[in-house]
Ligand binder design. Structure first.
Ligand SMILES: Cc1cc2nc3c(=O)[nH]c(=O)nc-3n(C[C@H](O)[C@H](O)[C@H](O)COP(=O)(O)OP(=O)(O)OC[C@H]3O[C@@H](n4cnc5c(N)ncnc54)[C@H](O)[C@@H]3O)c2cc1C
Length: 308
């Protein structure tokens, strides 16, 4: 199949047209999850803000939204500015990040299985980046709590890396990572490196232990009382299953973190990425554009409506 890309008169690639990206590395994270690094076959690298997603196309199979789990990033913190639950806009500030576009993918169906099966040299289509990322710039000067459930660590990994790159811009920082079993823990070596740092509190918990596991057992929300941050000056970034995000956000608000300082990534069913098809509508929000990251102040009333 041809991977030629249609370009407009000005040479810009249409937002609905995937650009060909070559897989440069393929690493198995867990039983069902792989991390791929991708470079454009031609043209500029894809630069995303932490928390944004791309639409990745396995040619002949289909296209799915995937969070950026690493690579060139923009939108680093600058001092000042209110912490708000609304979208973070503005041009790229604090260019940084590392390596190539990275996606961490769990094989759950036809498209993700095809993407996970891609090997170095194979070509996938990529559109984007899309959506609102984590409001990291606005979090400068604050304490930060990052809470990840399972694969939710993928879109939060660039946040932690960006914070560590500019560690002096933030107060106390805690990373809480939960997974179903010890075998499901993502980015193990990196997590171990974070646990070794004195300037970062990293707690890992599993829902169910296994022989040989000597770490914490229990849901990730149970770790919150151990976190050393000042709730009144804390900003939280949460990604995981919706029930986990709801419980975590509520628990943080209950201890005094302002609701508009608590940010969640709502991974509803994105399709066009451009706000046109309405597939990812949540009440008044079109999440591919208004999200996936939004403040809990805005999301709480919507999340309370069953099956919205
Ligand atoms: C903004 C966003 C970011 C995402 N980031 C990642 C990522 O970084 N890594 C990753 O592995 N996945 C991510 N996903 C989920 C991923 O898009 C789905 O797993 C994928 O669409 C499934 O397609 P499929 O054809 O492989 O399986 P399908 O046959 O479409 O689905 C297989 C199973 O997965 C369930 N499923 C499908 N889509 C979702 C979804 N959005 N959330 C929860 N369950 C779903 C289906 O209900 C079904 O049970 C993200 C989704 C969104 C909206």
């Amino acid at each position: 199949m041809s991977t030629e890309t249609r370009t407009g008169a000005d040479g810009a690639v249409g937002a609905m047209t995937p650009r060909p990206f070559r897989v440069t590395s393929h690493r198995q994270e867990t039983r069902d999850t792989w991390t791929l690094e991708l470079e454009p076959v031609r043209g500029a690298p894809l630069v995303a803000r932490p928390g944004q997603f791309t639409m990745v196309y396995a040619f002949g199979v289909g296209e799915v939204p995937l969070s950026v789990s690493g690579g060139p990033v923009s939108g680093g913190p600058v001092s000042g500015g209110p912490v708000s639950g609304g979208p973070v806009s503005g041009g790229p500030v604090g260019e940084g990040g590392d390596g190539q576009l990275m996606h961490t993918v769990r094989a759950v169906g036809a498209v993700t299985e095809a993407i996970c099966a891609a090997r170095p040299g194979d070509v996938l289509g990529v559109r984007g980046p899309f959506g609102q990322g984590w409001p990291l710039r606005a979090a400068a000067g604050s304490d930060v709590v990052v809470v990840a459930g399972g694969l939710g660590l993928a879109p939060l990994r660039p946040v932690v890396r960006q914070i560590l790159r500019r560690r002096a811009d933030f107060g106390a920082v805690a990373v809480l990572a939960g997974s179903r079993t010890p075998d499901d823990i993502l980015f193990r070596r990196e997590l171990a490196g974070w646990q070794d740092r004195a300037d970062l509190q990293t707690l890992v918990s599993v829902d169910g232990g296994q022989p040989g596991w000597r770490g914490r057992v229990g849901v990730v929300t149970a770790l919150l009382p151990e976190v050393h941050v000042d709730p009144a000056r804390a900003v939280a970034f949460i990604c995981g299953p919706e029930v986990m995000m709801r419980l975590t956000a509520r628990a943080l608000v209950d201890v005094g973190v302002p609701a508009d300082h608590v940010h969640l990534s709502m991974e509803r069913n994105m399709h066009c990425g451009l706000g046109h098809c309405g597939r990812c509508q949540l009440g008044p929000l079109i999440l591919c554009q208004d999200g996936p990251v939004r403040g809990y102040d805005r999301l709480a009333p919507l999340m309370a409506v069953r099956e919205l």
